[in-house]
Ligand binder design. Structure first.
Ligand SMILES: Cc1ncc(COP(=O)(O)O)c(C=O)c1O
Length: 425
């Protein structure tokens, strides 16, 4: 079986056979064909331990927080543990972790709180490479007289125009919002430099790490960003969002909130009753990452080190698949790939690949692939500025093929064969 072969002969430390055995969804078939999940950028599958944690919470501890009885106390404890786990995932303290419905909701809440401090003429720098969730919530502040400056990207390789970014930041800039990686074209941005430029100008930095989180390690301390957001459903957890904010900002800013909510962080940023079962699933999701890392590098001594070891193992596997996928795609007649295609520059992209093929709409390709049990996406994936700038919005956007660590070389080969067959007609 290809997966077992790959697991034993692979030079990486990723135990792919074990990985795949953790995800029940991966063993499903349609018409006897195994389902191939290439839709990770829209949401990944979850390991059994996440499903079990959600079911276990609902079966045994379902309660609201702050009550004077055991299931409520267990809920409080579970949330504290999940916060600490996410703190290790992002490398920050527990009280700097805010749980919410999703990244978009958290970003609207934060943009409203930050917007309270801004005055007419203040500037915010956004990029045209970003998902709309890191664009529209900030652009909404134009109603307060805030000036929005947008940064271009280079159309040939879909990388951020860093000269334009540096030129758009000035003494009037109050915040720079940028994606860690593009959910459309896969570019990984130089966020270290973006944060440095923002800081130099006295502006806050707000990093959308939703797309990057399943592909690379995040270290908010090393990055020294002011805020960073991600969504657990993109890195093998349940449907939820997580926001990191530097403690000083979380304490200083004034969120809109109901009166009984305390003024203490992080609770003053978490409104109403949270999704406790998904928070339980999020803790289990970090446990999954830790387990993966400990298998890859048994000598690791703590959870954070295990998460980093998991990323190391994942990185090599994703890189090898991406290389094969891109080489195979580029050999298909009439296919155009948007984004970095030179293997020497693959460190600047992740394994999220968008293409168009002459004579076929993205929807038609995704539908035909779907009929063959390959799950891909078509359209703009809310990266609306990207499809508009590349003039493909009116043409149905792109076909997006997203690889994550549970995918296999064999799946890459089969996807390429299916696509070649569809194109031949
Ligand atoms: C890069 C990026 N940012 C933000 C979002 C929005 O995340 P959420 O669905 O958690 O609001 C997505 C969702 O696809 C995304 O890919």
């Amino acid at each position: 079986m290809p997966i077992a072969e790959q697991a034993s002969s692979s030079p990486t430390a990723l135990d792919l056979a074990w990985v795949r055995s953790q995800f029940p969804a991966l063993s499903q078939t349609i018409n006897k064909h195994p389902m191939v999940f290439l839709d990770g950028p829209g949401g990944t599958q979850v390991p059994q331990q996440v499903i079990d944690a959600i079911a276990d919470y609902l079966s045994r501890n379902n309660a609201n927080t702050g009550g004077a009885y055991p299931t409520s106390r267990n809920t409080d404890r579970m949330i504290a543990e999940a916060r600490s786990a996410m703190g290790d995932f992002l490398n920050c303290d527990s009280d700097e972790i805010i749980f919410g419905a999703n990244m978009t909701t958290l970003t609207y809440a934060m943009s409203r709180a930050i917007g309270r401090e801004l005055v007419s003429g203040d500037e915010i720098v956004l990029t045209l490479l970003d998902h709309d969730a890191n664009f529209s919530p900030w652009k909404a502040l134009e109603e307060k007289g805030v000036v929005i400056r947008t940064v271009k990207f280079n159309k040939e390789d879909c990388t951020l125009d860093m000269h334009d970014l540096a030129a758009k930041i000035s003494g009037r800039t109050r915040l720079v919002a940028v994606g860690y990686a593009s959910n459309a074209v896969g570019t990984i941005n130089n966020v270290v430099e973006v944060v440095r430029l923002a800081r130099q100008a006295g502006a806050l930095s707000y990093i959308d790490a939703v797309h990057y989180a399943p592909h690379g390690p995040i270290d908010v301390r090393a990055l020294d960003c002011d805020f960073l957001v991600c969504s657990t459903y993109k890195f093998f957890g349940p449907h939820m969002g997580v926001l990191y904010g530097k403690r000083e900002h979380l304490k200083r800013l004034h969120p809109y909130k109901v009166r009984p909510n305390t003024d203490n962080i992080p609770n003053c940023w978490e409104w109403g009753t949270l999704n406790h079962e998904c928070i339980a699933g999020t803790k289990a999701c970090v446990d999954y990452w830790e387990g993966l890392g400990r298998r890859a590098k048994p000598a690791v001594t703590n959870r954070r080190a295990a998460i980093l070891a998991a990323h190391e193992a994942i990185h090599q596997h994703e890189r090898a698949m991406m290389q094969k996928m891109i080489a195979g795609l580029l050999a298909i007649p009439g296919l155009k790939l948007y984004g970095i295609s030179d293997p020497r520059r693959f460190e600047n992209r992740c394994a999220t690949i968008v293409v168009r093929i002459e004579g076929h709409t993205p929807l038609e390709l995704a539908t035909k692939l779907g009929e063959r049990s390959f799950f891909t996406w078509d359209g703009n994936y809310y990266a609306l500025n990207v499809t508009e700038q590349l003039d493909v919005e009116r043409l149905g956007g792109f076909l997006r093929i997203g690889l994550v660590h549970y995918n296999t070389m064999d799946e890459v080969e089969r996807l390429l064969a299916a696509l070649r067959e569809i194109v031949r007609g």
